[in-house]
Design a protein around this ligand. Structure first.
Ligand code: HEC
Ligand code: HEC
Length: 177
């Protein structure tokens, strides 16, 4: 009991700066900073590992992950997974754009790997109601190779897609209901 309280206190102390930037309730209010609420823990562990080992270079995350042990990665990922999922914006979005982008997502099997509700599974992230500008930036980064995933899946998936299509897919995922 005492032991687990001490562990919890140490974990909250480690998480405080993270949540100050990423949003305490799982939803980021900051441009280009992703929401982390209800994220798949296996995906989070892998991403923090890639940042820590500088296999994926992204400011400020290489510095943020530097001092974390493997146990820290697991504990942080478990804590983030139980934060509330990000919510869709109040504006439902343009239905013609959303319909077009839904078809595009289905053609490219985004909904197969990321699940029909885009909540993700295992090493495949939740992308439902992620921030739109972050989604677009990260899709562009996969496509150019600026972002290194754990494997080449996303770079391959995005290969045939145009930049306009990446814009539409980001719009769709950010307005998911
Ligand atoms: C000053 C703001 C800031 C702080 C503090 C911060 N982050 Fe981040 N974090 C970012 C940004 C910006 C990105 C996006 C990097 C990119 O890919 O361009 C990110 C990305 C991530 C990702 C990947 C999310 C995804 O959807 O792929 C995880 C996980 C993460 N941060 C966890 C943490 C943890 C854990 C801490 C604390 C140890 C932390 N962050 C501290 C800004 C911050
Ligand atoms: C074959 C399975 C698969 C398919 C199909 C797929 N993804 Fe992914 N996606 C992944 C995996 C695995 C990752 C994590 C890669 C990594 O390690 O960075 C990922 C990561 C992402 C991310 C990063 C999320 C974040 O929080 O940083 C976005 C956005 C994304 N995918 C969108 C899409 C879109 C849009 C499509 C359809 C065009 C798609 N994915 C199709 C497997 C897939």
């Amino acid at each position: 009991m005492l032991h687990s309280l001490a562990v919890d206190a140490a974990l909250s102390q480690k998480l405080a700066p993270c949540l100050a930037c990423h949003g305490a309730e799982g939803q980021s209010q900051t441009e280009n900073v992703p929401s982390l609420g209800a994220q798949q823990p296996q995906y989070t562990v892998i991403q923090l590992f890639l940042f820590r080992e500088k296999m994926n270079i992204a400011d400020p995350m290489n510095d943020m992950a530097k001092g974390l042990s493997d146990d820290d990665l697991q504990a942080i990922a478990a804590a983030l997974a139980v934060l509330p999922a990000p919510q869709p914006p109040a504006d439902p979005g343009d239905s013609a754009r959303l319909d077009g982008a839904r078809a595009l997502a289905e053609q490219n099997h985004c909904n197969v790997c990321h699940r029909p509700d885009f909540s993700g599974q295992n090493n495949i992230p939740r992308v439902a109601d992620q921030r739109e500008e972050y989604l677009l930036k990260t899709l562009r980064d996969y496509k150019t190779g600026a972002r290194h995933g754990y494997d080449a899946t996303m770079a391959e998936v995005l290969q045939p897609l145009s930049d306009v299509q990446l814009v539409e897919l980001s719009y769709y995922l950010a307005h998911h209901r």
